[in-house]
Design a protein around this ligand. Structure first.
Ligand SMILES: Nc1ncnc2c1ncn2[C@@H]1O[C@H](COP(=O)(O)OP(=O)(O)OP(=O)(O)O)[C@@H](O)[C@H]1O
Length: 308
């Protein structure tokens, strides 16, 4: 689906820092999220994602710097009416049925979705709507949590690890719904540990590492910047000769043998292949691999050490 982004900044972080004791959980982070976009915030455990989201939601104050939503403080009532969030912790009110909780949250917003819309989008069945909320299963509570996030028909939605604990079909359904919300022009930010989800769903990935933004761009751009490209083949000629030659080629950083194939890690696969052909070496079954987002992620987070 092609949708023009308006370029209107919906979320702005300006040199935001959050300190816990001597620990900088978020360290001078700046970025802007535009209306109608869908952005994944990625990063290893402890990278600062949840802390950043809490500040965006106005649940935590910044130690330094500023967060603006719709150009205002996230604590502004007019702003709160435009946002919805599904956080990791799902806690439900005791003594209320699912439907009653949803209606309660709807009543806080000026233009809420109808209960029917919410039920359809969250997949809550009439039976589940009638259940005591505390008696819902883990998966049902996550559906309720999603229902509450969208209940106010918000313009901006935050999902923190939304698909944890969902089975494959529930996960697929969830992302289909999120795409539908985006098609309505809503702005969406989510965190995930499933890199494939970020790759499939997000137009932009903001990669956190040790409290800072380590990479920011489209999934494609991040992969092309970070992944190791490899060219691999079966060498009919003397393998050692091929290895020696490849080591001399500009851009090649490693050459090794695996399962009968020679593999060259290089920033420039074309030059590596050209060098082989120029030398008249016969190789066959050539494969070029771009590398996955998982690899990009590992490469980035390993090269800088683990988050403390
Ligand atoms: N209330 C707190 N008090 C002290 N330290 C905290 C607090 N909240 C977070 N931290 C620390 O800040 C760092 C960032 O934590 P945060 O929860 O934001 O990371 P995360 O990227 O969301 O991790 P995860 O993927 O595990 O959810 C961690 O080192 C964490 O221990």
């Amino acid at each position: 689906m092609i949708q023009q982004l308006s370029g209107e900044p919906i979320v702005e972080l300006k040199q935001v820092t959050k300190t816990f004791g001597s620990k900088k959980a978020v360290n001078r982070v700046s970025f802007t999220i535009e209306r109608g976009s869908i952005t994944a915030i990625l990063g290893p455990n402890g990278a600062g994602k949840s802390t950043a989201i809490s500040m965006m939601l106005g649940l935590k104050d910044t130690s330094e710097g500023e967060v603006l939503l719709f150009g205002q403080s996230p604590k502004d009532l007019k702003v709160r009416e435009k946002i919805g969030a599904m956080l990791q912790e799902v806690s439900v009110m005791d003594g209320l049925r699912t439907r009653e909780i949803i209606n309660l949250i709807r009543s806080y917003y000026p233009n809420p979705m109808t209960l029917e819309e919410i039920a359809a989008l969250s997949g809550l069945t009439p039976e589940e709507l009638g259940k005591w909320a505390v008696k819902m299963s883990g998966g049902q509570k996550r559906k309720l949590s999603f229902a509450l996030a969208i209940a106010g028909n918000p313009e901006l939605l935050f999902f923190d690890e939304p698909t944890v604990g969902l089975d494959t079909s529930a996960r697929r359904l969830f992302w289909q719904t999120v795409r539908g919300l985006k098609a309505q022009g809503k702005t969406i930010l989510f965190t995930t540990h499933y890199l494939q989800e970020a790759d499939d769903i997000a137009e932009r990935i903001v990669l956190f590492h040790q409290g800072q933004v380590a990479a920011d761009g489209t999934p494609e751009a991040i992969k092309s910047k970070l992944t190791r490209r490899t060219v691999s083949f079966i060498a009919d000629a003397d393998g050692q000769q091929v290895i020696r030659l490849l080591h001399e080629v500009p851009g090649v950083t490693d050459v090794y043998e695996q399962d009968g194939r020679l593999i060259a890690v290089t920033s420039d696969t074309d030059t590596a292949l050209a060098a082989l052909f120029r030398a008249g070496l016969t190789v066959r079954d050539i494969r070029i691999d771009q590398g996955s987002l998982d690899e990009a992620f590992d490469q980035l987070t390993m090269s800088q050490g683990e988050a403390g």
